[in-house]
Unconditional design. Structure first.
Lengths: 114, 110
């Protein structure tokens, strides 16, 4: 089945450690996104990529890094520079041809810093 | 002021009632409007997608967009306890970035 797969679902990290969240899609979508969701707040954009080998910072990119070496994959690294990394992270993708606006999400990764 | 405003609720309704949700926005360039349902600890699920103004119906769900008032709505008819979730509105222009409301928590009581 086509979809967006995020892993791991749950991740615990000690302070000072970098962690990488995986996002893979088999929808043949061009654009991919990373959002952060905190209780009582809307989704906030971390990074997005419209094409392979290109990505742009979102509203809260500090302390995060991404890569887009393959169309299917858009991993997010949460670095030790991120001051408050405990959150629910969501990966999304959309097809950009024909200017289709529908954005589809993965099931999320819950990161907890101990 | 946020670009997209959404009442966080909770909105509690009895089973079988109509659920009415709405969002207001400030950016007149938004063209694409979406509603998502999100269960606890899960990713958002796309319910409705509308381009520009007008109404769209899909089963028990009806989405309305009024661009002149910068107001969008989602109606859920014959609500069920399984409709209890958080509902997010989202919108974008042609530039590929999306703005989300904070979400409205809906509780449908049997």
């Amino acid at each position: 089945d086509g979809g967006i797969t995020q892993s791991p679902k749950y991740l615990f990290r000690k302070e000072g450690q970098n962690v990488t969240l995986s996002c893979e899609q088999n929808l043949n979508h061009d654009a991919m996104y990373w959002y952060r969701q905190d209780p009582g707040q809307g989704l906030r954009l971390i990074y997005y990529s419209q094409i392979v080998n290109d990505f742009q910072k979102g509203d809260i990119a500090e302390g995060y890094s991404v890569s887009r070496e393959k169309k299917e994959s858009f991993p997010l690294t949460v670095t030790s520079a991120q001051k408050n990394p405990t959150a629910f992270y969501l990966c999304a993708s959309r097809r950009t041809t024909l200017n289709t606006g529908e954005l589809f999400f993965g099931e999320g990764s819950r990161l907890t810093v101990l | 002021q946020k670009e997209v405003e959404q009442d966080p609720g909770p909105l509690s309704v009895p089973e079988g009632a109509i659920v009415s949700l709405n969002c207001t926005y400030s950016n007149s360039a938004f063209q694409y409007f979406m509603w998502y349902r999100q269960y606890s600890r899960k990713g958002p699920e796309l319910l409705m997608y509308t381009y520009s103004s007008g109404n769209k119906e899909d089963g028990r769900f009806t989405a309305q967009v009024d661009k002149s008032s910068k107001y969008i709505s989602l109606f859920i008819r014959d609500s069920q306890p399984s409709d209890s979730a958080t509902y997010l509105c989202a919108m974008s222009g042609s530039w590929g970035k999306f703005q989300f409301g904070a979400g409205t928590q809906v509780v449908v009581t049997p």
